[in-house]
Design a protein around this ligand. Structure first.
Ligand SMILES: [Zn+2]
Length: 382
């Protein structure tokens, strides 16, 4: 069975490229509902053509509709996560068109993660076409807002993860030609810090002013000082604004803080420090809003076991050493992993997520697709 799955998919490499071209050429920035819905319609068409089974759509007012596809039967389910949105605004295709250069396939969203969608669909296509027996059903959940924090899909992802034995995430692999899986992800916190001081003319009566910018500068140094690289905890104020003119003592200033941690204990240690910021200057007020944006995906023994299973399959049937990596970024796998063992980064092999050199390796498409198919079969019949 395994060899047949591998052969089946290797024979479909050029078809996979063709299908991916179709998806890349429909641009789908997260904030553009109509655009993401267009990709959604195309994915549903592909699902019907290559897999078949029921599709349930979850209408979404502000962002693209999410939908859930069910394949096979069984009381238990394996969940596959994929997102259809990209970080690229409309019009990007004109500057960065879909193109192939040797083994590299370029295009906005190819690597993150339309290539993963195609590989996932073809994995199920192979299992179905070859009538591979499965004791567990497979649910593929396609969502529309991963790149902007999954606000509208989070409940759905968590509800499906709760019902699942295992979760596979078709996000791109860690950037390199090795295609390393992601077995842990840092937790992400996002905060806004607003400082209010008092305006005054900087020449005539500067002593009457209280500079919100000066206060924010103190707070920035303090917050950055909480960074502990050894623990994997980082704090970064990446955006700052404030003041009204150079000759006015700034009445207001605001900063955006990004917090990353390797474990939940660090969230518990650092968040109270952020929320409890105390002014260093008299007369200012500080308001902190925000919180955890993605929980930590910790590498549990169950995740290790899943990874070992994938590694064995890669070695035995695909002839390569599968490796793993910890990721500093969050994904929908971060949410799912709170409820079921989750393996992430099963999507394309390539580089340049969110960058102009975004690409995937064509020759790895059937290989990754086969890895997903074999993994599903193994986990479904465990
Ligand atoms: Zn992604």
């Amino acid at each position: 069975m395994e060899q047949r799955v591998v052969e089946f998919l290797k024979d479909r490499e050029s078809e996979m490229v063709e299908v991916l071209k179709g998806l890349v050429e429909i641009e789908s920035p997260s904030h553009d509902k109509e655009a993401v819905d267009q990709v959604g319609a195309q994915v549903q068409k592909l699902y019907k053509k290559y897999v078949g089974g029921s599709i349930e759509v979850f209408p979404n007012k502000d962002f693209g509709d999410h939908f859930r596809c069910e394949f096979g039967d069984g009381d238990e389910q394996i969940l596959i996560l994929a997102h259809m949105d990209t970080v690229w605004p409309k019009g990007t295709l004109e500057e960065l068109p879909f193109r192939i250069d040797g083994d590299k396939l370029y295009g906005p969203g190819s690597f993150d993660m339309k290539g993963g969608i195609v590989q996932g669909l073809f994995a199920l296509h192979a299992l179905k076409s070859l009538n591979v027996p499965m004791k567990t059903k497979v649910v593929m959940l396609f969502t529309s807002d991963e790149e902007i924090g999954s606000e509208s899909s989070r409940d759905l992802i968590e509800a499906e993860a709760k019902k699942s034995k295992f979760v596979l995430v078709l996000e791109s692999a860690a950037a390199s030609t090795k295609g390393k899986l992601k077995t842990s992800r840092k937790g992400v916190g996002m905060f806004t810090i607003k400082v209010k001081g008092k305006a005054a003319h900087s020449g005539i009566e500067p002593e009457k002013g209280i500079s919100a910018i000066e206060e924010l500068a103190h707070q920035t140094l303090y917050l950055h000082g909480l960074t502990d690289f050894e623990k994997g905890t980082t704090l970064n104020i990446g955006l700052i604004k404030g003041g009204s003119a150079s000759n006015v003592v700034a009445a207001e200033a605001e900063a955006e803080l990004d917090l990353r941690v390797k474990n939940t204990a660090e969230f518990q240690r650092v968040i109270p420090l952020i929320e409890g910021l105390t002014p260093s200057m008299e007369g200012v007020t500080i308001e902190v809003t925000g919180g955890i944006n993605r929980p930590v995906m910790e590498k549990t023994p169950e995740i290790s076991k899943m990874f070992e299973t994938a590694k064995e399959l890669a070695k035995e049937y695909l002839g390569f050493d599968l490796e793993e990596q910890a990721s500093g970024g969050g994904s929908d796998g971060s949410f799912a992993s709170q409820f079921a063992p989750t393996l992430d980064g099963l999507g394309p092999v390539g580089d340049g997520a969110h960058a102009s050199n975004e690409h995937l390796l064509i020759s790895k498409m059937p290989v990754r697709s086969a890895l997903v198919a074999l993994l599903i079969e193994k986990l479904a019949n465990e």
